[in-house]
Design a protein around this ligand. Structure first.
Ligand SMILES: O=C(O)CCC(=O)C(=O)O
Ligand SMILES: [Fe+2]
Length: 250
């Protein structure tokens, strides 16, 4: 998968230009900084976004240099997601199928990142501080350092990180605040697989703290919301270092 992403980014500018857009209704979106006009500063990163499930794209809708591997990789990550959602359900005392039945594992977006070497890495970051806007993230990277998580108010280097199920678990799962630094030696490639619904489909399903996890001592901490409302709020705010989740707190 990493080779496929590398093949995409190492094409000529003209070949990549075909995919460049800021129209977020397109199937494949290639651009730099989704939040260019809202975030306080730009990041040193390009990204290709593609919603791969539940409605699989037609192969010809995908860039030819990474088409086959995007389809194969998606199938494998969806299988892994099934197991992870079962384990996570059990981990908070729910029946194994609970999170899957809430359709947390049906939608999958691939975010294929490319961080070019930066001549002055101390003046920028590859990805600003944030927690992901999805249920769970499966993250793959090429081993070039840069990813950090915020742990007890200190930035700690990590090779990989998993995402979030905070709202529906009423804080039983906490998502990691993280960011990515850049370097002046080599590019860095990563692929974040976001489990979340397809925003282009009518999305009226409400997500709220799971009833079985609540009690008089543990009332809901978040108001109900849809995935679309949540992600629109997150995207319009951009990566400004503040929490999107706190907007939904009761
Ligand atoms: O590039 C990485 O390792 C992380 C990217 C990331 O945080 C994201 O896509 O949300
Ligand atoms: Fe992230």
């Amino acid at each position: 998968m990493l080779d496929g992403v590398r093949r995409f980014y190492e094409q000529d500018v003209e070949a990549k230009a075909e995919w460049y857009t800021r129209d977020f209704s397109r199937r494949v979106i290639y651009n730099s900084n989704f939040d260019l006009f809202t975030a306080p500063s730009a990041n040193w990163r390009d990204t290709v976004y593609c919603q791969m499930a539940p409605n699989a794209p037609k192969p010809e809708e995908l860039p030819v240099v990474c088409r086959d591997i995007m389809i194969e990789y998606t199938n494998q990550v969806l299988k892994l997601g099934k197991i992870l959602f079962q384990l996570l359900s059990e981990a908070i005392g729910l029946k194994p199928s609970h999170l899957e039945e809430m359709e947390c594992g049906e939608g999958l977006t691939l975010l294929c990142h490319y961080y070019p070497p930066c001549p002055q890495p101390e003046l920028t970051v590859g990805t600003s501080q944030h927690a992901d806007s999805d249920f769970l993230t499966v993250l793959l990277n090429d081993g070039v350092n840069g990813l950090q998580v915020l742990y007890q108010n200190q930035w700690v280097d990590v090779p990989f990180v998993h995402g979030a199920l905070v709202l529906v678990s009423n804080d039983k799962f906490r998502s990691a605040e993280h960011r990515v630094l850049v370097n002046n030696v080599s590019p860095r490639i990563s692929v974040a697989c976001f489990f979340r619904s397809d925003l282009s489909m009518a999305d009226t399903k409400l997500y709220e703290p799971i009833k079985e996890l609540l009690s008089e001592d543990d009332p809901p901490k978040y108001r109900p919301t849809t995935v679309t409302e949540y992600v629109n709020y997150f995207n319009n705010k951009g990566l400004d270092g503040t929490s999107a989740l706190s907007h939904f707190r009761i």
